[in-house]
Structures are given as structure tokens and as C-alpha cells.
Write a protein that binds this ligand. Structure first.
Ligand SMILES: Nc1ncnc2c1ncn2[C@@H]1O[C@H](COP(=O)(O)OP(=O)(O)OP(=O)(O)O)[C@@H](O)[C@H]1O
Ligand SMILES: O=C(O)c1ccc[n+]([C@@H]2O[C@H](COP(=O)([O-])O)[C@@H](O)[C@H]2O)c1
Length: 228
């Protein structure tokens, strides 16, 4: 065993941010960096979903384009974009998390989501089981925080609330545990980005594959995430 390995006194603490990433944007990057710092995570995986069970397929770009956009947004950060649900053959978060825990017994996971998802969490398959599987951290999001606090899932989850500072100090928590992360709100969204650049997926696939690049400017804007 190397000296470096012997120094690690606790399991790798890994955050999981699931999402459509249709496309990934600067808001994803920013909330991820914030969560890594606030929770003391070693790294953060982005799980680019094959298809959110509650979202229509219409308007959803191919997984490859969404994964590419995630790779661009994650550059030079301790963020690992993955299409692991497509590999595992899972679509529901409860199934994904169970399989990840089985596959990576040396890690401790934390599920991350924006306040918009907490507001809808009671509609997810086996949401209480998800909460019993690993701690959950919710990131404030402009326009959704009030709905999240008043949501049916929050009525059950609030008794398990812990502060970010305690979570960070202890390094890990048994589930259920809920951390609410408040910070300078980020208004960016994939919806706004799609409205501004309807052809983003073709552009990004054109950069990656054989197809000609239709509009490099649009691609650069997506890359920077500065415009939405
Ligand atoms: N600006 C933001 N502030 C806080 N959380 C965010 C923000 N943008 C995305 N998230 C969270 O990141 C995860 C993945 O988000 P997603 O890929 O659906 O992006 P989105 O901007 O919410 O997309 P859309 O506008 O298409 O619904 C979700 O948990 C979502 O709540
Ligand atoms: O498991 C469910 O029932 C479920 C229902 C809705 C959303 N999710 C997950 O929530 C994550 C965020 O999705 P989205 O589309 O809001 O970015 C993503 O990983 C989805 O697979 C999961």
C-alpha cells in the first residue's frame, strides 16, 4: 500500500448531482464547486440522465450531446461527468443509488439537487427510500425555495436536518440527513440556454464528430456558460 493511501483516514466522500444537463451550464458548475466546498466533498460526479422519468422525451437532446456539454463545463474542476445510468441500465434514482453503493463500497455518497427538485421530490419513485440510502443536500435556487420548504417531502425530511458546518466537520452522516445549502442565488437554467441557442446539440456534436460545425460562436457561448 502506498504512503499516500495510508494517509486517508476516511472513505472518499463523493457528491452525486443527477440531471438532464440539456445542456450543462455555468450554474451547474458553480453550484457544484460551492457544494464541494460547503460539504467538504472529495469529488463530485455528474450523472447525466438517459431520461428523467418525469420529463417528456420531446426536446431532450441525445445523451452524447448532453454528456459533451457536461465535460466542457466540468473542465479543470473536481467534477466527473458520467453517463453511468446508461451503463447500469437504470433510470430511477432509487435504483441508481443502490447500484452505486454496491459497486463502490469504499465511498460515501451524498445526493445533491436544486430546490426545484426538492419541491417535486415526493413524486419520485420511492423517495423516502432514497433519503434512507444516503444524505441529501439541497441547493437554493431562485424562484423555487418557498415551494421546496412547503413541499410534502420537506414535511417528512425536516426532522433530519443538519447544518452544512456539522456535516463538513464530521465528514459523513448516516441517512436520512438533509443539508440545505444557501448561497448567492444563480439564475442560470438549461431552459433559458435552449431558448437562446436552439441548435446547441448539433453544434456540440459537430465539434466532436464528423459533422460540420454550423456555428462556432454559439458553441463558444455554451462553453463559457456566460450567457444563460
Ligand atoms: N441555477 C441553479 N441553481 C440551483 N440548482 C440548479 C441550478 N441549475 C440546475 N440546478 C440543479 O442541477 C440539477 C440538474 O439540473 P438540470 O440539468 O435539470 O438543469 P436545469 O437548468 O434545471 O434544466 P431545465 O431548465 O431544463 O429544467 C438539478 O438538481 C437542478 O435542480
Ligand atoms: O427517480 C425518480 O423517480 C426521478 C424523478 C425525477 C427526476 N429524477 C432525477 O433527478 C435528477 C434531476 O433531473 P433534472 O431533469 O431535473 O435535471 C436526475 O438525475 C433525474 O434522473 C428521478
Amino acid at each position: 500500500m502506498s504512503g499516500k493511501r495510508r494517509l486517508r483516514s476516511r472513505p472518499v466522500l463523493t457528491g452525486l448531482l443527477g440531471g438532464s444537463f440539456n445542456p450543462a451550464h455555468g450554474g451547474h458548475r458553480r453550484i457544484s464547486l460551492f457544494a464541494i466546498d460547503a460539504l467538504g466533498l472529495d469529488e463530485l460526479w455528474w450523472l447525466v440522465s438517459p431520461g428523467n422519468p418525469l420529463k417528456p422525451e420531446a426536446g431532450m437532446a441525445p445523451l452524447r450531446a448532453r454528456l459533451l456539454s457536461a465535460r466542457l463545463q466540468a473542465r479543470l474542476a473536481p467534477i466527473v461527468p458520467t453517463a453511468i445510468e446508461a451503463q447500469l441500465g437504470t433510470r430511477y434514482t432509487v435504483d441508481t443509488l443502490r447500484m452505486l453503493q454496491r459497486r463502490y463500497p469504499g465511498r460515501r455518497f451524498v445526493w445533491l439537487m436544486g430546490a426545484d427538485n426538492l419541491a417535486e421530490f415526493h413524486r419520485w419513485k420511492d423517495w423516502r427510500r432514497i433519503a434512507r440510502t444516503m444524505p441529501i443536500a439541497v441547493i437554493a435556487r431562485p424562484g423555487y425555495d418557498a415551494d421546496a420548504v412547503a413541499s410534502p417531502a420537506m414535511a417528512w425530511l425536516r426532522r433530519y436536518r443538519v447544518s452544512a458546518a456539522s456535516f463538513r466537520k464530521r465528514g459523513q452522516w448516516s441517512a436520512p440527513a438533509l443539508v440545505l445549502l444557501r448561497f448567492d442565488p444563480d439564475h442560470r437554467s438549461a431552459t433559458a440556454l435552449r431558448r437562446a441557442h436552439a441548435g446547441w446539440a448539433e453544434d456540440i456534436l459537430g465539434q466532436d464528430g464528423n459533422a460540420p460545425v454550423r456555428d462556432r460562436l454559439t458553441f463558444r457561448k455554451i462553453r463559457s456558460g456566460e450567457d444563460a
